[in-house]
Write a protein of this length. Structure first.
Length: 235
């Protein structure tokens, strides 16, 4: 992932009720550049989620708390990317909104090995696990519900050792979801199931072998909408 300089937190708020009178849901999408708005993507999954829920008659506000190059820790843990990392913005970007639902999507930057094969990740797997547990605990204490997302797979541009490292972080998210009986959007499996059915490589869902394109964001948004709308039962 490219090194970026400090940027302000971008928050996108979309609201709508489609004529319904019930209370509006507040949803925060918490993540990295695969969550944040992107110039070469028409609508990221936060925007698509809002539209899908609105079409179902579910009033909702979706707040996009994705920051490019963000890992799950603090800048004190790893300062390679000079951005507002997850721990440093959690209270203001998530908890202050008192959300009904929070989607958590980290791992790609946490797993990244800046010095190449055999070197440490930006956020070690053990610390990544602790960070995710911390977010879950604080959100649930406030009364919010959590949906975990695995990081999406890497495309063919990346070396096998990087692919394998991200896969380990995806496996950690799966284990946390199972242990804590949380909803899970397995982006890794979702992408492969979709492309395998079309007999295509997973690269067709990316803009650059790592960031989902509009088609990829649509897959994630649909999976999230199914959970929030109640079409998918609690695990």
């Amino acid at each position: 992932m490219k090194k970026l300089f400090l940027i302000p937190l971008l928050v996108l708020i979309a609201t709508g009720s489609n004529g319904q009178n019930h209370r509006s849901l507040t949803i925060v999408t918490f993540g990295n550049s695969t969550t944040a708005l992107r110039a070469n993507v028409k609508k990221v999954y936060a925007q698509r989620l809002h539209e899908q829920l609105d079409a179902l008659g579910i009033a909702n506000t979706v707040i996009n708390s994705g920051v490019p190059s963000s890992h799950s820790g603090s800048i004190k843990d790893n300062s390679f990317a000079k951005v507002i990392h997850a721990m440093d913005r959690f209270d203001t970007a998530v908890l202050k909104h008192h959300p009904d639902w929070v989607t958590i999507n980290f791992g790609l930057n946490d797993a990244y090995q800046d010095k190449g094969k055999g070197t440490p990740s930006r956020i070690p797997l053990k610390q990544f696990k602790k960070n995710i547990h911390y977010f879950i605990r604080r959100i649930e204490k406030q009364g919010g519900r959590v949906i975990l997302l695995t990081p999406n797979p890497l495309g063919s541009r990346f070396e096998q050792y990087r692919y394998d490292r991200v896969k380990a972080y995806a496996n950690t998210i799966r284990k946390i979801a199972r242990k804590k009986h949380l909803h899970l959007v397995d982006s890794w499996l979702l992408f492969y199931n979709y492309t395998n059915a079309l007999h295509q490589r997973v690269d067709v869902l990316f803009t650059d072998s790592i960031h989902p394109n509009d088609e990829g964001h649509q897959l994630i948004a649909t999976a999230l909408a199914q959970i929030i709308s109640g079409q998918q039962q609690h695990p």
